[in-house]
Write a protein that binds this ligand. Sequence first.
Ligand code: ATP
Length: 375
Amino acid sequence: MSGKAIQAIEISKRYGSTQAVRTLNLDVEESEFFSLLGPSGCGKTTLLRMIAGFETPSTGQLFVGGKNVLGVPPHKRPVNMVFQSYALFPHLSVAENVAFGLKSGPKIAQAEMTARVGEALNLVRLAHLSERLPAQLSGGQQQRVALARAIVNRPMVLLLDEPLSALDPQIREEMQSELARLQRELNMTFVMVTHDQGEALALSSRIAVFYNGNLEQIGTPKEVYERPSTAFVARFIGNTNLIEGTLVSSDSSSARVKLNNHKEVTIDNSTVNGAASGSKVLISVKPQALTISNQSDGLESKVIHRSYLGASTEYLVRSKLGTELDLRVAHVTGHSDAYDVGQDVFIDVDWKNCTILKNTEETGAGAFESRGEPS
Ligand code: ATP
């Protein structure tokens, strides 16, 4: 199992009648920045806590660095966890908080302890504040202390539970770059739980997307964004539009789909995700593949909502296909076109590079909003 930092085989977790994590297989390579992404309650934290040793899986096997860790208590696993709340000791200084991270490991001499604490504080750029108490630090600085404490004993894997969620947006962006830098400099495996798509796309080498306890897709940011394999992933990452149709035919490079208005479209560079000819499908279309105008033969639509976003305007339109479509128009110098709510417009779709998804009851457009509690 060399090269794998984490290997989860047929892992699942049930709490009473709640299936928090459905049976899954997942590998994380050494030195990866791997994210577990999904909305609240999807099971991502439960999986992280099983890796940390705070929860016992209901089924399956779990290896960290090739060693079976089931039955091994958290402090004896080669992992450390950074908690959302930072969990710093309020009565200990920054340096003492970081030194605490060395206490659970093998005993080391005071001089080495001081050197390692200094090195960890340098890595998070906090050496100048080592004597302060946590209450005398900003949120971002407290987060850095928590990070320093978690890396000071050089774990094989650093587990991060929504590490940036308590920070305000500006600091959050700054800390995103800090996390990326730290991971690169340490060349350590990071596994981060987040519900923020942008954060996962920006930081991760690979992302596992969860929904309702189910591992929906694992892939690079580009793969999950450009080639979602389920309707949930398509909608959750990148606000994708889903247009219903019937797959007429497909080959390795293109597909023909009949829309609900009986028009057929050819989709080049498409993936059909195993959908069979004749079956109901959803075409996943990115907002940037749509253009709005009042003089075209595109999809007849009506504007139902308009939001001014500064650099762009976002429109929500209802097309005559019965589907709502979301698109953005970037503001260029001299831009004057603005379509009003209630106005009839045409939507042109760039049908290249769209992904075709099976339209089953499980993955139907909007179905993920109404899916019930897992059982
Ligand atoms: P969040 O982002 O809100 O923390 P999450 O995706 O991390 O959500 P989990 O915390 O893993 O989700 O929870 C998954 C499911 O398991 C939820 O339905 C939750 O209510 C349930 N659950 C989690 N921990 C327990 C527990 N100790 N006992 C019972 N049910 C639990």
